[in-house]
Structures are given as C-alpha cells and as structure tokens.
Design a protein around this ligand. Structure first.
Ligand code: T4K
Length: 373
C-alpha cells in the first residue's frame, strides 16, 4: 500500500468560510470593544448555554484557566482524587492551587475514574473528586455523586472532550458542581483557544465571573485574588461562526466514525469502546485499543502508521502519574493503577475531522488491518 501524499493528522480544525468570519469581525471593529464581556462574548455565552442545555456558563480564554478557576472557586484544598489517564492540564490545575492530586485507577470499559476504587483513596484531607469524561465518554456520574454526598466532597468534571455530550437528553455540563469545556483548535467546537465552565448554582457563576476578572467588583473594589481568564471578542466571534457550522461538522464526523467502526469492528485484537445508546456522542475522538491478539503492539502500530504518513496519537501516554513531577506520590505507584497502566499502552486515536474523506478512512483501516500478525 502507498503512503498518503500529504500527512493525515489526528485532527484538523473546523475552518469556516473566511468571509463569514470577516463579517462577524466587522461587528467587533464597529463596536471598538475587544475584550471584557463585550457583545460577542455575551451572545456566545447565551448560545453555549442553550446548546449545552445548562443553566449557567462562564466563558474563558482557555480550558486550563477555567479548570484552575473552578478548583479555586469551589474553595478546594488538601487532596483531590482524580484520574491519571488524562491531559496534563487536569492534575496541574490541582497543583497550581496547592492541592495534592491523588490518582485513582480507571474503569476498563469507559476509561474514566473507577467509582468502585474511589473510596479507598478518601482521607481526612480529601475535598473533592475531579473526573474526566475522557474522549467524550461520560464518567459514572451517579455513583460519583453518591460517594461525594457520603463524604461531603465537591465534584468537578473535566469535560474538555465532551462538548455536545448528553446522557438521557441531559447536557453533560449539569453533573457535579462545575464542568470545564475546552474550545481549543483541536476540539469539535473551537474558538482557536477558549473554554467554559458550566454550573447549576447561580452564586457559583457569580464567584467564577469575579475570579476570572482579577476579582474586580467595580472601580473601587477588588474582592478576591482573581486571575485574567477572560475570553476576548475575536475568540468569541470565531466561536459564534463555528457554532453555526457545528451541526454539519458533527454529521460528517458521525459518518466517519461509522465507517471506521464498520471497517475495524471485526478485526481480531482491535477493541472499539462504543457508547451506550443513551449517550449522545461528542465525536471528538475515534479511539481504538490494540490488544495482545493483534500480534504487534500499539507503539509498533503507531510507528508503522507514520511510515504511511498517518499521524495517529497515543493520547494520553504517558499517564500523569508517571510524570516526573507526580511519580513520587504514593497514589502514583503503578501497582495502584493496573487498569490505567494497561489502557495507556493500548489506546490509539485515529484521524477524525469533518474534512477527512471516507476513502481516506477506508485506506487507514486497510493499513491498520494489514499490520496484524
Ligand atoms: N483537559 C483535557 C482532558 C484536555 O484534553 C485538554 C486539552 C485540557 C484539559 C486543556 O484545555 P485547553 O487549555 O487546551 O483548552 C492538544 C490540545 O492543545 C489540547 O487542547 C488538548 N487537550 C489535547 C488533547 O490536544 P497536543 O499537544 O496534542 O496538540 P498538537 O499541537 O500536537 O495538535 C494535535 C494535532 O492537531 C496536530 O498534529 C495537527 C492538528 N492541529 C493542531 C492545531 C493546534 C491542526 O491541524 N491545527 C492546529 O491549529 O494538545
């Protein structure tokens, strides 16, 4: 088989027609208002609230700042129980708030934090659980809520991958105390950079809005030590345009995921984690797991695909618990995280974005299948 002529990346951003972006930017220029809760920001916040079916949204300049502010806004301290199978931003948001991340193993099916293993990590210093809806697969929110209620803990969800995810028609941002969404260029919905927090509590929204604007209440009062987490008008304008095209992007991605699933479902040694029927897919990633029966390792598949100009990604290798900055924590001991250790050696994200032709998807599948030994 011939390699692709051009590199095929794990993703490509949705790029709307420039004229449409230009038209939206003209409004920003006319307003002479470039940041600090301008009209585009307000409109996007309202539209995201409707789209995600949540009562409150706070927009941010990126998802990481949003997470930092959520942790701070909920007044968390001491220890927070989290997953090691995630992007560095998740545990780093705790570290930057002076909190010790306590790593808990994941569930083999959902790859999210395993609720049956959370309680053994609860200590007198624990203040919250930080779950990640990894690859858009919802955490076990019901069980996590029960544990949090039993021990008086807060819950934050890192929903960076879960824009548009719903469970039984309920927007994923309604679970826990606060949820963070990322609007980075690599996300289904993006504003080049950006993010949001959602929460049910209107008082928490007010606190978050204060924290993301340096803690400024008015010209005479600064109430809390806040940060600059504000989304600017140019980001918001791009977000508003992208939101109009999201339905079409989702439809294309849905077809791509169906094509991958059809081509790879019956290949021995390849496991595809399909979502339960009651979950609306975010179509953020297409993830396969290379198991022993495939005959060659995930790392080998990853390397061989590059020879064909296909840039799949080993998200989220290495585990956060294996980073230098966290590996000395008692909870980072690999013996404490056997499922995460296994999953992180199997997972491979294949290219997924609206503009990827179905013929390319079929060719990638053919290449993958040809690697089996
Ligand atoms: N929590 C979780 C669970 C997350 O996954 C993330 C971010 C966060 C928190 C933090 O949210 P933010 O603060 O970022 O809003 C990328 C993204 O930078 C990162 O946002 C994302 N997760 C992560 C999963 O993916 P990298 O290091 O893999 O990005 P990079 O530059 O290698 O890009 C991947 C591929 O995408 C490239 O090979 C080509 C393509 N690409 C990328 C960009 C930026 C483009 O075609 N155009 C582009 O503009 O982290």
């Amino acid at each position: 088989m011939r390699p692709f002529d051009e590199p095929v990346y794990v993703t490509r951003p949705l790029l709307p027609n420039l004229n449409e972006v230009y038209h939206e930017l003209e409004k920003v220029w006319a307003s002479k208002w470039l940041s600090n809760n301008g009209p585009e920001h307000q409109l996007l916040e309202q539209q995201i609230r409707q789209r995600l079916k949540v009562p409150n949204v706070c927009l941010f300049n990126n998802g990481t700042t949003a997470l930092l502010v959520a942790v701070n806004g909920l007044g968390l301290k001491g220890e927070v129980i989290t997953t090691p199978f995630t992007f560095p931003a998740t545990p780093h948001s705790l570290f930057w708030n002076g909190i010790t991340p306590v790593f808990c193993d994941i569930d083999d099916e959902t790859m999210t934090i395993n609720p049956d293993k959370i309680e053994r990590s609860v200590s007198p210093r624990t203040t919250a659980i930080l779950g990640v809806h990894v690859f858009g697969t919802p955490c076990h929110t019901g069980k996590i809520q029960e544990i949090a209620n039993r021990h008086g803990l807060g819950i934050i969800y890192d929903a960076a991958h879960a824009f548009d995810t719903e469970v039984d028609g309920i927007g994923i941002g309604n679970f826990g105390d606060a949820s963070m969404f990322s609007f980075h260029a690599t996300k289904l919905f993006h504003a080049a950079e950006g993010g949001a927090l959602t929460c049910r509590d209107a008082d928490l929204k007010r606190r978050i809005d204060l924290l993301k604007n340096f803690g400024i209440k008015n010209e005479d009062e600064v109430l809390v030590p806040g940060i600059n987490g504000k989304m600017n008008e140019i980001q918001a304008a791009l977000g508003l345009v992208n939101l109009r095209h999201l339905g079409a992007e989702r439809d294309k991605r849905k077809r791509i995921v169906a094509a991958y699933t059809k081509c790879l479902r019956h290949t021995e040694g390849i496991r595809i984690n399909e979502l339960p029927k009651n979950v609306r897919n975010s179509y953020q990633y297409f993830v396969i797991r290379i198991e022993e029966e495939f005959g060659i390792s995930r790392d080998e598949v990853y390397k061989r695909l590059r020879e064909y100009n296909v840039y799949a990604r080993k998200y989220f290798y290495p585990l956060c618990s294996d980073y230098n900055c966290y590996r000395s924590l008692p909870s980072a001991d690999p013996a404490n995280l056997p499922v995460a250790q296994k999953v992180v050696s199997e997972v491979l994200c294949l290219p997924l974005y609206g503009e990827l032709p179905i013929a390319s998807v079929e060719r990638i599948c053919e290449i993958v299948r040809s690697l089996r030994r």
